[in-house]
Design a protein around this ligand. Structure first.
Ligand SMILES: [Fe+2]
Length: 148
């Protein structure tokens, strides 16, 4: 598999791990701690995908439909993430919302890994993917730093 897709997959594994831990605890303090960790992983990854990875896909006929769906999934995930951020972490509703968020993110990851990566491999050549990978990583690190 292309190096860039492997990089994204590695992020996905990390994200799913933290989300899994988050759905297993009801303790507010633990939730806060894990949620902070999740945001630090998820936000830079998603924003960098939106600004670096998705635009070249949206511009190609063979990848556009899958990419558009990916962008919409990011949008919905972002809305729920913002609600999770502001809502008190000790409430039952937070746990319920987190469970829905888990489904959203897992569905999105599955779509990306099964559909978007395939379309991207068709639409972009290895050199283009290499350039996108470098830019993606730089952008992700930049956003990560700006969160602190
Ligand atoms: Fe994504």
């Amino acid at each position: 598999m292309n190096e860039f897709f492997q990089m994204l997959k590695k992020d996905h594994v990390e994200q799913k791990g933290i989300i899994g831990q988050l759905t297993e605890t009801k303790e507010a303090k633990k939730r806060e701690e894990l949620f902070k960790k999740l945001r630090e992983e998820l936000v830079p990854h998603m924003k960098a995908e939106e600004s670096i990875f998705y635009p070249p896909l949206l511009a190609k006929k063979e990848a556009r439909e899958d990419a558009m769906e990916g962008v919409e999934e990011h949008h919905v995930s972002d809305l729920v993430l913002k609600e999770l951020e502001t809502m008190p972490k000790g409430e039952d509703q937070w746990g319920a919302k987190m469970a829905v968020f888990k489904e959203l993110v897992e569905h999105h990851i599955k779509d990306e890994e099964s559909k978007v990566f395939k379309s991207a491999a068709k639409a972009l050549n290895p050199d283009e993917l290499q350039t996108i990978m470098k830019k993606f990583d730089q952008e992700k690190q930049k956003i990560k730093k700006s969160l602190h």
